[in-house]
Design a protein. Structure first.
Length: 114
């Protein structure tokens, strides 16, 4: 029996609910919200980005076939956090706020995200 690799959760700079802009690939420039993050693969699913279509045959007699569309995962390094207030994409930094909690900030604008 082959040994299974232990699941490694990669530390990612984005998480579910963040607004991001795609910075490379065929969907470059698109802006959307992260629907799901997959830290085991270091990938994210972004709303309206990397749309794939799937043709489904009819399962029973009399049923019609259909075409389903869904977002497919893209690598987290292809997205950058986006500020909706200032309409700019930016790298992120970490700082400690007044309560002593570590928070994420946008480097370009100084806006606190968390």
């Amino acid at each position: 029996m082959a040994k299974q690799k232990p699941k490694v959760k990669h530390r990612m700079h984005v998480k579910k609910g963040d607004t991001v802009q795609v910075i490379s690939g065929s969907d470059k420039g698109k802006i959307g919200e992260i629907l799901k993050s997959i830290p085991e693969l270091s990938k994210v699913i972004v709303k309206g980005v990397s749309i794939r279509t799937k043709h489904i045959k009819p399962a029973q007699e009399g049923e019609s076939g259909r075409i389903e569309t869904a977002e497919s995962p893209i690598h987290s390094s292809k997205v950058m956090l986006y500020s909706t207030k200032q309409n700019v994409a930016s790298r992120i930094g970490y700082t400690v706020n007044a309560e002593g909690k570590k928070v994420r900030i946008l480097k370009k604008t100084g806006e606190i995200i968390d």
